[in-house]
Ligand binder design. Structure first.
Ligand code: HAM
Length: 397
């Protein structure tokens, strides 16, 4: 993931695991489920309210402003990887501590920046070997579009009030868009009859949205429009998107994001447009487990010592081999047959076997695990032999 993110010119930012509670209340939104029900909030020794971060965007914006990272004109690109915390009901794909990878491009309001962010997320997943992803895109407009739409939505919700759950009843006044987050069956039935924000965009937001869709098509990123996407956080403006992996079932969203043109200003900075995404790492791993694209557990080279006398020399040999490619040493002390079987299953290409016989003759056995062939090599020539083998497989060396 780091490799892909850095290839797009994004640099790592590490923010603290907790922040002042108000940062999340202001940015994620006081009416959202995250702020109302899911934050781990506590007081420090001086009675200040702190919260374990439920997401990364607010912290990046806070750090961007506090450290004057917007000093120079142009776009700043950040990525982060780390734990997030949400007090949610634990279930498959939903945890109270989970890891996110995310990227934020701060300083451009152009639709091409949205396209790049969606391209980056889909490449990140593609490079891991995931296919059949569904990219869904929507526009939630700018606050002006939303104001006109919200009064129409409120009127429609009033007409359906009797069918809504108690929570959605209270949402009508406060933040009617949040009704689209509701999982309640009855509320979901009402949803199909509600007016859609997508049909209330101003000309500028409509043009922005059309440019994003055309750009995705031009880059060959399969996507579809989903006017129901509102996302569970309040800071979004214009583009909002999600990437789903349908075989995961109920929690199929691997990642999501969008534009948040008002957030930097809401956090006390100058008006600064921005766009970003985050993906849930556990869900990405679940998706990988369901495909044949399972990440190899062994590096390409494994050293297999046979017998006690070979164990420390094996560590020494592995040090040398690491100049060629990542190398593991299997110290489990099992039989050669068992060692070879797990090396092959783990995805290693070459096994270097060091036994009593090899030790006395200053030799090693180099086994090509893909071809199932092996040869004896003098101990001194082992790195060259392994390198040649890996190159023949078009691999890691
Ligand atoms: P989010 O949609 O709330 O967006 O979270 C992004 C991803 O984190 C989800 O698609 C999911 O894969 C994963 N995730 C969320 N909650 C959980 C959980 N309880 N357990 C496991 N995985 C979870 C954001 O967080 C925004 N900050 C994205 C963004 C960045 N928008 C702009 N920039």
């Amino acid at each position: 993931m780091r490799h892909t993110l850095e290839a797009y010119g994004y640099g790592e930012i590490r923010t603290p695991v907790f922040e002042e509670t108000q940062l999340f209340v202001r940015s994620v939104g006081s009416e959202t489920d995250i702020v109302q029900k899911e934050m781990y909030t506590f007081n420090d020794r001086r009675g200040r309210s702190l919260t374990l971060r439920p997401e990364g965007t607010a912290s990046v914006v806070r750090a961007y402003l506090e450290n004057h990272l917007g000093r120079e004109a142009g776009v700043r690109r950040f990525y982060y990887l780390g734990p997030m915390f949400r007090y949610d009901r634990p279930q498959a794909g939903r945890f109270r501590e989970f890891f996110q990878v995310g990227a934020e491009a701060i300083g451009s309001g152009d639709p091409e920046q949205d396209i790049e962010i969606i391209d980056l997320l889909s490449m990140l997943l593609h490079d891991l070997g995931l296919k059949d992803l569904e990219v869904e895109v929507n526009s939630v407009g700018h606050p002006g579009c939303r104001q006109a739409y919200e009064s129409e939505l409120r009127a429609a919700l009033e007409r359906e009030r009797g069918k809504l759950c108690a929570t959605c009843g209270t949402r009508i006044e406060g933040n009617p868009l949040r009704v689209f987050d509701c999982k309640n069956e009855a509320c979901r039935g009402v949803m199909s009859r509600l007016p859609l924000l997508r049909n209330h965009l101003c000309d500028a937001c409509e043009t922005h949205h059309a440019t994003v869709l055309a750009g995705l098509a031009r880059l060959g990123i399969p996507h579809k429009e989903n006017p129901m996407i509102v996302r569970g956080l309040d800071y979004y403006t214009r583009t909002a998107f999600e990437v789903h992996y349908p075989p995961l079932g109920a929690q199929s969203a691997l990642g999501g994001g969008g534009r948040y043109d008002g957030l930097v200003e809401a956090c006390g900075g100058p008006p600064t447009p921005a766009v970003g995404f985050s993906a849930g790492i556990e869900r990405v791993l679940f998706a990988l487990e369901q495909t044949s694209a399972e990440a190899p557990v062994e590096p390409p080279i494994v050293v297999l010592p046979l017998g006690d006398a070979a164990r420390v020399p094996a560590l020494e040999l592995a040090r040398e081999l690491r100049a060629v490619a990542p190398t593991a040493v299997d110290l489990s002390g099992r039989s050669l047959k068992a060692l070879l079987r797990s090396a092959g299953r783990g995805g290693a290409h070459v096994a270097v076997i060091l036994g009593d016989k090899e030790m006395t003759r200053a030799e090693v056995t180099v086994r090509d695990l893909l071809a199932g062939e092996q040869e004896t090599s003098p101990r001194t020539g082992v790195t060259a032999a392994v390198q040649a083998l890996l190159q023949r497989h078009g691999g890691e060396a």
